[in-house]
Design a protein around this ligand. Structure first.
Ligand code: ADP
Ligand code: MG
Length: 255
């Protein structure tokens, strides 16, 4: 099986006037094509640092990051990055927000415009194409942000706590909704979250990170015996609680 992403012994520290903050230590894992992994870990352990390294925004102090078998800096793989805040611009309509990345990357063509409309249509936002972000609910805004990322056709999607700004109720539906969209689009994805249920419901595997400096403490493959394996159905499956307790214990092992 082809590895879209492979991290080998990644270590990284931040340096400032007060000294050194080691954030990641000897961290290794891989991601297969089409796989959805969730990463959980204590607050401040280095999760966002990890995604910034994979996105190429930071350079690791040591270790190797391979994307589709190539060193990160030589890779031409398209990586999509979605953050906690949706970063939609109020002065642009939803459609114009969705195509912003295409514009910036000079990829705006008849085909990609069609793709943008098709995604808006498919995920229930076409009637809001000419609306401003403030006219949409938090969940719809987050969906628009996801469409803006998906329209760039990324081979790898990085999601850094994308639902944490939403209230609990919205978060449940939007989290599951977005999990399902990513599955349907057959994207390879990494979701970072501190919410265990959010990690379990869409994931193929959960990686538990240790306290800072983060390293992989445990990898838990998820398998559900469901006829229709969707994030929402998983929440009611008997296995869900078992996985929840297992990961909970793993997270609190050192306390
Ligand atoms: P998480 O996303 O798991 O909450 P982060 O990756 O954001 O954790 O941060 C890991 C550690 O590195 C934290 O202790 C944080 O304070 C520190 N850190 C993050 N960014 C910087 C930075 N730019 N300069 C110095 N320290 C940083
Ligand atoms: Mg973070």
């Amino acid at each position: 099986m082809e590895h879209v992403l492979e991290l080998k012994n990644i270590s990284h520290s931040y340096h400032n006037t007060e000294g050194e903050t080691p954030a990641l230590k000897e961290l290794s894992f891989f991601l297969k094509k089409g796989e959805f992994i969730s990463i959980v870990g204590p607050s401040g352990c280095g999760k966002s640092t990890l995604l910034s390294l994979i996105a190429g925004l930071l350079i690791p102090e040591s270790g190797t990051i391979l994307i589709n078998g190539k060193q990160l800096k030589e890779s031409t793989t398209n990586i999509g990055y979605m953050l906690q805040r949706d970063h939609l611009f109020e002065w642009r309509t939803i459609y114009n927000n969705v195509i912003l990345g295409l514009e910036i990357q000079h990829m705006l063509t008849a085909r990609t415009r069609r793709k943008a409309h098709q995604l808006l249509e498919q995920y229930g936002l076409e009637s809001f194409a000419n609306a401003r972000p403030s006219e949409l609910s938090g969940g719809m805004r987050q969906r628009a942000a996801l469409i803006r990322t998906l329209v760039l056709e990324p081979d790898l999607l990085l999601l850094d706590e994308p639902f944490s700004a939403l209230d609990y109720q919205t978060r449940l539906t939007v989290g599951d909704d977005i999990g399902q969209i990513i599955k349907k689009e057959q994207k390879t994805a990494i979701l970072v979250t501190h919410d265990l249920s959010e990690a379990i419901s869409p994931g193929d595997r959960v990686i538990v990170l240790s306290e800072r400096p983060a390293t992989v403490q445990q990898t838990i493959p998820l398998s559900f015996s469901l006829e229709e394996d969707t994030p929402l159905h998983r929440r009611n499956a008997p296995e869900f609680k078992t996985y929840f307790n297992l990961i909970w214990k793993e997270l609190n092992r050192n306390e």
